[in-house]
Design a protein around this ligand. Structure first.
Ligand SMILES: NC(=O)c1ccc[n+]([C@@H]2O[C@H](COP(=O)([O-])OP(=O)(O)OC[C@H]3O[C@@H](n4cnc5c(N)ncnc54)[C@H](OP(=O)(O)O)[C@@H]3O)[C@@H](O)[C@H]2O)c1
Length: 323
């Protein structure tokens, strides 16, 4: 495993982050495709054995059961001081008033629920899952600052939003002397590269660690376009992200991978690792060999010619994955 710093912080993280959205009780929340606790624990253990120390979950994944399963496994298999646990807040956890969003009340309530489910006194990275259009950013930032000062989070980060929103959050925190976001968890992969326009340059300029979600385009980059898996059949959100013109990029990944004799997933992730702006892709795994490919991808060095072949057919996308 390779280790790197998260943006301009001193925090060391593995260059592969394990996406824990794959873990959760299938009958809780809206991800029917998730692995149950037993299968999840095997993959979490395997990732620790491979040197992965960076784990990403969210309060909303499988109605909190992703945090429960991840927390129990990390308590059983890892040293708390070595692992970096990231979770998120914003999604709706309960019907009715104050059941979601980024108000001071919601943040103070949700951090305590997340800590209880994870079975830990603090999270390393507390991320806002989306922008809250109903709450002033000052209220959100001050609440996050207080979470950090209370010792419940070591760092704060943000996830998919417009670059202007992230820039506003960064300068607002600075103006008030509040804790600043150190990371951006955005949607970025060979099929969706809109982040190259504004968000990635902003992150580079501001020393922000970039930890992309769905780096394999939810599996699309790993297999023939029409192939169906248990996840693709029920992954409603995933269906909104890509379109038929992306097929040719998937074919290019397969071609480059075949020429090298490695699985397509390794090529798609190697493309990500070569970008110095990317700290660690957050990889989703539902089988042991997915994890093995993610780790092996760190040793794949693409040539300039291969990169050009992978990037050439890209077509611009409308903003997808957030509003
Ligand atoms: N912040 C956000 O808004 C946000 C949004 C989405 C995700 N996330 C985070 O990002 C993480 C990753 O998301 P994701 O699961 O969509 O990422 P992904 O890595 O793009 O997709 C994972 C899927 O790709 C397939 N796959 C992975 N490795 C493979 C391999 N070597 N060979 C063949 N197929 C392979 C599997 O599909 P099958 O299971 O179908 O085989 C797996 O479920 C999540 O767990 C979560 O932590 C955050």
């Amino acid at each position: 495993m390779r280790y790197t710093r998260l943006g301009s912080t001193g925090l060391e993280v593995s260059a592969i982050s394990l996406g824990c959205m794959s873990f959760g009780q299938p009958d809780r929340g809206n991800h029917e495709w998730t692995l149950d606790e037993e299968a999840s624990r095997d993959l979490i253990k395997r990732s620790l054995d491979a040197g992965v120390t960076f784990f990403d979950t969210a309060n909303v994944y499988s109605d909190g059961s992703s945090e429960e399963i991840t927390g129990r496994a990390l308590r059983d298999f890892a040293s708390r001081d070595e692992v970096v646990i990231a979770t998120k807040v914003h999604g709706r956890m309960r019907p009715g008033p104050n059941g979601g969003g980024l108000s001071r009340k919601a943040i103070m309530t949700e951090i305590d629920h997340s800590l209880r489910r994870l079975g830990t006194d603090y999270v390393d990275l507390y991320q806002i899952h989306r922008w809250d259009h109903e709450t002033p950013i000052e209220e959100t930032l001050e609440a996050l600052h207080d979470v950090v000062k209370a010792g419940k989070a070591r760092y704060i980060g943000a996830s998919s939003m417009h670059a202007w929103q992230f820039a506003t959050a960064l300068f607002t925190a600075e103006r008030h002397g509040w804790t600043r976001f150190v990371s951006m968890q955005n949607h970025y992969n060979l099929l969706y590269r809109e982040e190259e326009r504004e968000m990635l340059p902003l992150c580079a300029d501001q020393g922000i660690g970039v930890i992309p979600w769905s780096p394999l385009a939810r599996g699309r980059l790993t297999r023939p376009w029409d192939e169906v898996t248990a996840r693709t059949e029920t992954d409603e959100f995933g269906r909104t992200l890509y379109h038929p013109a992306d097929r040719v990029v998937v074919e290019r990944v397969a071609e480059v991978a075949a020429a090298r004799g490695v699985p397509a997933a390794q090529v798609a992730l190697a493309w990500m690792h070569r970008n110095p702006l990317i700290t660690a892709p957050i990889v989703g795994v539902t089988k042991a060999r997915h994890l093995d490919d993610a780790v092996a991808s760190l040793d794949v060095e693409l040539t300039g010619e291969e990169v050009a072949r992978l990037e050439e057919p890209y077509v611009p996308h409308a903003v997808a994955g957030f509003r």
